[in-house]
Design a binder for this molecule. Structure first.
Ligand SMILES: [Zn+2]
Length: 331
């Protein structure tokens, strides 16, 4: 069976994984991103990480078919260029060519959220589905769309950004510069902010007790859900408000694209089904246009691969490129 390397570039760390063609993660290695020097040094670091991973696993370079790299930013996957990264100073960097100077091997490039979606499609929650959208609830909302085995990234690579659809016109200001973006209301960060607001309005709420005391006092994305399960009315109101926002965006995705499946990932998705998934499905079902007659509905499920989705999807970018080539005649 052929083997591939996937590299997930994060804000502070690089993570590489050895991945089989069916998406099994065989080994991983982590490395700090380090102080930024130049694109050339960055490319060399990525190749060094891949080589060290191989050496630790006892594999030779010629047993690797391709490398895939997931970037937190805007990429031109066809040209192998990183156009823009908000947290790393890279503009118009021909990363594929720079890496191939060090190691002459096919190298594929993708956006990190799109890689996570691709990983879930081939090796996680989306196995067997023809179309999948992955929504990851974290600091922001990451999302990726996969149709027929290929990432849908838009004609210019900037598509699939569901976190930045406005759900409240004139609403809260987002990091992207727009107001009312979905991630300002339904990310894990937004849930914590909402929880704190409801706690301030309800000094008697059980949520205060669940947050600990003194230096251990800590409001998290779990606080409202945990207190709601114990019957706290204010916490239930916070959860309901959060679920309304989450469902608004999911329902928009369903009604525009009617994907076979939507997988929800990120820490918030670990809540019990009765707290998150079931009420989310109920809310979406009420407004799903398919309720007016279509026999089949979009399935809303939990993502399965956790933080590994990005590495696995990066390693499988070659499959997305191949499917696109077969479909469109271009890479
Ligand atoms: Zn935004």
């Amino acid at each position: 069976m052929s083997t591939y390397i996937g590299i997930d570039v994060g804000g502070t760390n690089l993570k590489a994984g050895l991945v089989s063609e069916d998406g099994a993660l065989l080994a991983t290695k982590k490395m700090p991103l380090g102080v930024w020097e130049s694109a050339e040094v960055f490319a060399k670091t990525l190749v060094r990480l891949a080589r060290e991973l191989l050496a630790e696993y006892g594999m030779s370079e010629d047993s690797i078919e391709a490398i895939g790299v997931g970037i937190p930013g805007l990429v031109d996957s066809a040209k192998g260029i990183i156009n823009y990264t908000p947290n790393i100073p890279m503009r118009e960097v021909p990363i594929t060519a720079l890496m191939q100077r060090e190691w002459d091997i096919p190298i594929y490039l993708g956006n990190d959220a799109n890689c996570a979606a691709l990983g879930e499609y081939y090796a996680g929650a989306g196995r067997g589905a023809r179309s999948l959208i992955v929504v990851t609830l974290g600091t922001g909302i990451g999302s990726g769309i996969v149709v027929g085995g290929a990432i849908h990234e838009g004609f210019n690579g900037a598509g699939g950004e569901a976190g930045h659809m406005a759900i409240v016109l004139g609403g809260e200001l987002c990091n992207c510069g727009r107001r009312g973006c979905w991630e300002r209301y339904a990310s894990a960060t937004a849930l914590v902010r909402l929880t704190k607001r409801v706690m301030d309005e309800n000094p008697q709420s059980l949520m205060w007790k669940l947050c600990g005391e003194g230096e251990k006092f800590h409001v998290s994305g779990k606080t409202a859900f945990a207190a709601a399960r114990k019957g706290d009315a204010a916490a239930q109101a916070a959860c309901d408000e959060y679920l309304d926002y989450l469902a608004a965006g999911v329902a928009n995705l369903v009604n525009i694209l009617q994907p076979e499946m939507i997988a929800i990932g990120g820490g918030v998705s670990n809540e019990e089904d009765a707290s998150l998934l079931l009420p989310l499905r109920e809310r979406v079902a009420e407004v799903d246009m398919a309720r007016n007659g279509a026999k089949e509905r979009t399935r809303i499920v939990k993502a399965q691969l956790g933080n590994d989705a990005g590495i696995i999807g990066a390693a499988l970018l070659y499959r997305s490129a191949k499917m696109k080539e077969e479909r469109d005649g271009v890479v």
